[in-house]
Write a protein that binds this ligand. Sequence first.
Ligand SMILES: *Cc1c(COP(=O)(O)O)cnc(C)c1O
Length: 481
Amino acid sequence: MHELKRITEELRLVEGSARELQLTSNERKGITEAVVHYGENFIEELKTRDAFKKHSGQAISEAWQIDFPTSIETVLNLIKDEMDSTGLIPSSEGHLGYIPGSGIYPAALGDYIAAVNNHYAGVHFAGPAAVELENYLIQWMGEILDFSPQAVGNLTSGGSIANLIAIVTARDRSNVMEENPRDFCIYMSKQSHHSLDKAIRIAGLNQCRIRIIEVDEHYRLDVESLRELIEVDISHGKVPFLCIANVGTTDTGAIDPVEDIADICTRHNIWLHLDAAYGGFFKMVEEDVTVPMDKLHLADSLTVDPHKGLFLPYGTGACIFKDVSALSKSFHYQAGYMQDAVEPETISPADVSPELTKHFRGMRMWLPLKLLGLDRFKASLKEKLWLCRYFYHKIQEMGFEVGPYPDLSVMIYRYTDTEENLNKFNKRLVEKIHADGAVFISSTTINDIFWLRLAVLNFRTHKETIDRCLAMIRRCLEKSS
Ligand SMILES: *Cc1c(COP(=O)(O)O)cnc(C)c1O
């Protein structure tokens, strides 16, 4: 009796302050309006601002420390002054480095809706509509990529986790960990993304024999080397179990010869994973791509990144599969406290990924597509292919050497009309370009050759942006010579 009295008294004392977390309607409206105003300004100012401002040292001040309540105006000014003014502006039309993630606006509202309604997208029992929407998006991607009409899989935070899920699934399908991992072999191109090396290590597969396959002059995986290495490994009693090919490499956008690779994989019962994180969605405009993209269905699993090819803000990747049993074998668990949530007939994200509770990523992906329709996305992707080709010609007119004709919207180039050491000269040129900042481009090193790199994948980037980029390079070239 005594204790109950104490409990009631404690509750009476604390409830008032605790309720202050529940903002009133007017409080909500006030901060929402301010944030929307900030967003509008940010987007409008993108047109006139530089894409990059190099920053060294500490970017944020002590004003970011969390202590007493602060007004929304103070907070937004802090973001504007200290966060938005330094580093790379990924949403800028002038972000032509790395692989841009442009941040299409309705996706921000999708995040807003998902965070307000906070539906539980991990388990079907709790969030049936949210889970079904995500499963639908996976299946929709399976269709538009002509991978499988019954695709299963997961919306991840990005391509890295998607690759990890695929590698773990391939591992368990071949029971690699139950046997001696040293007897098993993985094959992937020299031009593979480093997230694959990372995933292999996280999955405990770095003891496997990892065969890095040579590429041809287009930086595409060399099928003959793959065939030979697999045969050598088999003749030594090893077990090839996983081959990873690229649909759009990060360095040069190269598309590996999927059909020939798939042929070898089928013959030797090897899981074929396609890393299409960058290139996958170009499948929607394949008539404008120079190499065929019609063989994605020959793979067992596929990574795509909606935060690249569908222009979403960062935070949405996807891995898609044909065989749900292989996926469940790696990721399905049952716990006592989850007993109410068992619905064997439905697939939940929690059954096919490392996550349980997760962000409802489907909403930010579905809303822009549903609102705007697919045709505008296709037009934008098509435009990016032609913009890269435009640059490919224009940069040669300026005396630059180029890499192979781009398969997609990424390409490499370097200045060779100088007596100076070429790597040194081009490195200095990139430093000048970064100091200029009007447009951001990146660089890469392939076989000890330093290249400048162009990656066009922002929906805000158009021909005038490429012209601005060319003018900037000309300006910086004059300063370097
Ligand atoms: C971007 C990229 C990745 C990694 O994806 P994240 O979304 O950055 O985690 C993997 N593979 C390729 C080919 C990529 O372009």
